[in-house]
Design a protein around this ligand. Structure first.
Ligand SMILES: C[S@@+](CC[C@H](N)C(=O)[O-])C[C@H]1O[C@@H](n2cnc3c(N)ncnc32)[C@H](O)[C@@H]1O
Length: 486
C-alpha cells in the first residue's frame, strides 16, 4: 500500500548516514584490475565508490596514518583513469598488511566511465596478447572436459526440447503419457550419470592445481566463458553465478535448496535447476539444518530454568528454516527466545514471516527477534555483544565458510563469550578435502574456505577443550560443537 509523504521515514541509527554505493573491485573489473598509485607506490583497489577507495597494502607496504592527505592516480592497465587528492580516513590491519580507506577531497569517480574504460582495456589486452596465452594455461584434458560437458548439455537440451514440443502439440491422451514420463526419467538418469562423471573429472583435474594461481585463474576464466553460460539459463545456476544481492549463498538460493522444487519453463531448464539442488553442497544445507534443529530441541528440553526463557541465537541466520521447523514440529511449552542475526534485511524479513505462524500458534512465551547486524559490528561493538550475552545455544551455519582463520577464531571467541554456563556453540563449515569444489568454484565462481578437522579444531584453540567435530549425515559439512562448563 502506498504511504503518505508524512509517513515516509529515513534510515535509523547508522543507516541515517547516506553512503554512496560501494562496489567490490574484483567483481566489477574482471579482466584489468584497478590500481592506485601514490608517489610511485602501487596499491590494489579492493572496493570503490564514487567518493573513495579501500586499498590493500602488503606488510610494510605503506607509511600512511589516518588524516594524511595524498595525491593519487587511478590506473587501469596503461591508462590513467583519474587523478586527484584524497584523505586517509581508515587504517586497519589486514593479514600481515593493512587496509587503507581513502576519501576523495576533490572530484568524484565516474564509475560507468571507468567500466567503459575497463572494457576497452580488456579488449586491447585481448587483441595484443591474443587468446592463445590464456588458453595455453588451461590443461588440454580440461578443455576436452568442457567441450564434452557442452556437448552433453546441448544434446540433452535438443532431445528434451523436442519432447516438450511433441507433448505440447499432442491433442489426444493416448497411452503415450506414461511413455513420455518414462522417457523423461530415462533421459534424466543417463544425463545425471554422465554429469556426475564430468563433475568427478573436473574435481580430479583441478584439485592438484589449486595452489597454482595463474593456472587456476585461467581455468576459471575458461569455464566461465565456455561452460557457465550453458547453465545459467536455469534459475539456480543464474543466482549462484550472478549473486544479485552481492554475496554468494543468499537466502533465495537457500530456499531453493530447502524446497528441492524444480523451477523453469522447460523440462531441460528444470533439469538444470535440479542439478544445483542435488549438488552435494546443496544437499548438505538441509542436512545441517536438521542437525541444528535437533540441537535446538535438545537445548530447550534439557535447559531447566524457571525465571527466564531458554535463549538461542543464530548468526548468519538466512531463512532460519530450522527455527520454523522446530516451532512447527515441537511446540515448546516453556519460554524460548530466538535471536536471528543477519546482515541481509530481506533474509530476516523472510525468516520472520516463515516462523511467525508457528510462533503465534505456540503462544506468547515464544519470541523471535531479528537483528539486522553484521558479525563485524558484533566484533567491533562491545555493547552489541553484551546485548547477546546469556545464550544457551548459539549457532552459525553457512557463514564461517567465508571467513579466514584469524577472523573465524575471533568470532568463535566472541560467540563463546555469549554462552551461559552449560551452553553450546555450534559452527558449521564445509569439509576439506572435498569432491564438490569444481562446480562451486569454477562453474559458479563461488569461492569458499573448506576446512579439515584440524582446521576446525584450530578455530577453538585457546577457547575450550570441551568440543567435538563431526560431519553431518551427508558428510560434506563439519559441525564443531563447543560446550561451556557448568
Ligand atoms: C549461506 S547463507 C546461510 C544461511 C542459513 N544459516 C542457512 O544455513 O540456511 C549465509 C548467511 O550469512 C549472512 N551473512 C553474510 N555475511 C554476514 C555478516 N558479515 N554478518 C552477518 N551475517 C552475514 C548472509 O546474509 C546469509 O544470510
Amino acid at each position: 500500500m502506498a504511504r503518505a509523504y508524512e509517513e515516509l521515514s529515513g534510515g535509523m541509527g547508522r543507516k541515517i548516514l547516506f553512503r554512496p554505493e560501494r562496489y567490490h573491485a574484483g567483481s566489477l573489473f574482471r579482466d584489468v584490475k584497478p590500481i592506485i598509485e601514490i608517489e610511485q607506490d602501487t596499491y590494489v583497489v579492493r572496493d570503490l565508490s564514487m567518493s573513495g577507495f579501500l586499498l590493500v597494502a602488503p606488510e610494510g607496504g605503506h607509511r600512511f596514518a589516518r588524516g594524511d592527505k595524498v595525491e593519487f592516480r587511478l590506473l587501469l592497465g596503461e591508462s590513467v583513469a583519474h587523478e586527484g587528492s584524497a584523505t586517509v580516513i581508515r587504517m586497519e590491519p589486514h593479514g600481515s598488511g593493512a587496509k587503507i580507506g581513502l576519501q576523495l577531497t576533490d572530484g568524484f569517480i565516474n564509475i560507468p566511465a571507468l567500466l567503459s574504460l575497463h572494457e576497452g582495456c580488456a579488449l586491447e589486452q585481448l587483441v595484443e596478447e591474443g587468446i592463445q596465452a590464456e588458453i595455453d594455461l588451461v590443461p588440454g584434458e580440461y578443455r576436452q572436459l568442457c567441450s564434452e560437458a557442452v556437448f552433453l548439455l546441448r544434446r540433452t537440451k535438443e532431445i528434451l526440447d523436442r519432447n516438450d514440443k511433441r507433448e505440447k502439440n499432442r491433442t489426444s491422451m493416448l497411452p503415450g503419457e506414461e511413455v513420455t514420463d518414462l522417457f523423461e526419467a530415462r533421459c534424466e538418469k543417463h544425463f545425471l550419470a554422465s554429469w556426475d562423471a564430468i563433475r568427478a573429472r573436473g574435481n580430479a583435474i583441478v584439485q592438484p592445481l589449486m595452489s597454482n594461481t595463474p593456472v587456476i585463474k585461467a581455468i576459471k576464466k575458461f569455464t566461465e566463458t565456455v561452460l557457465t553460460p550453458e547453465l545459467t539459463i536455469a534459475p539456480s545456476y543464474k543466482r549462484a553465478y550472478e549473486k544479485p544481492l552481492g554475496y554468494p549463498g543468499d537466502f533465495e538460493l537457500m530456499k531453493y535448496f530447502y524446497s528441492g522444487k524444480r523451477h523453469g519453463d522447460t523440462t531441460y531448464v528444470r533439469l538444470l535447476h535440479h542439478l544445483v539442488n542435488i549438488h552435494p553442497f546443496s544437499m548438505s544445507v538441509p542436512s545441517r539444518m536438521r542437525e541444528v534443529k535437533e540441537a535446538i530441541r535438545q537445548t530447550v528440553a534439557t535447559t531447566k530454568v524457571k525465571d527466564r526463557p531458554v535463549r538461542i541465537a543464530n548468526l548468519g541466520a538466512g531463512p532460519a528454516r530450522e527455527v520454523r521447523e522446530y516451532l512447527r514440529t515441537c511446540k515448546p511449552e516453556q519460554p524460548v527466545h530466538f535471536s536471528l542475526i543477519d546482515q541481509d534485511e530481506k533474509a530476516l524479513a523472510y525468516a520472520y514471516s516463515q516462523a511467525l505462524p508457528y510462533k503465534m500458534a505456540a503462544g506468547d512465551h515464544v519470541v523471535v527477534e531479528c537483528k539486522f547486524a553484521s558479525f563485524g559490528q558484533l566484533l567491533k561493538n562491545p555493547e552489541l555483544l553484551k546485548e547477546m550475552a546469556g545464550q544457551d545455544l548459539v549457532y552459525s551455519a553457512g557463514l564461517f565458510d567465508y571467513l579466514p582463520t584469524g577472523i573465524a577464531q575471533n568470532l568463535v571467541r566472541a560467540l563463546y563469550s555469549c554462552l551461559n554456563p552449560g551452553g553450546t556453540l555450534i559452527v558449521g563449515n564445509l569439509k576439506a578435502p572435498t569432491d564438490g569444489i569444481w562446480s562451486a568454484e569454477f562453474v559458479c565462481d563461488w569461492s569458499m574456505i573448506y576446512r579439515t578437522k584440524e582446521d576446525m579444531e584450530e578455530l577453538v584453540a585457546g577457547v575450550s577443550s570441551d568440543y567435538d567435530v563431526r560431519p553431518e549425515p551427508t558428510g560434506y559439512t563439519y559441525l564443531l560443537s563447543i560446550k561451556k562448563p557448568q
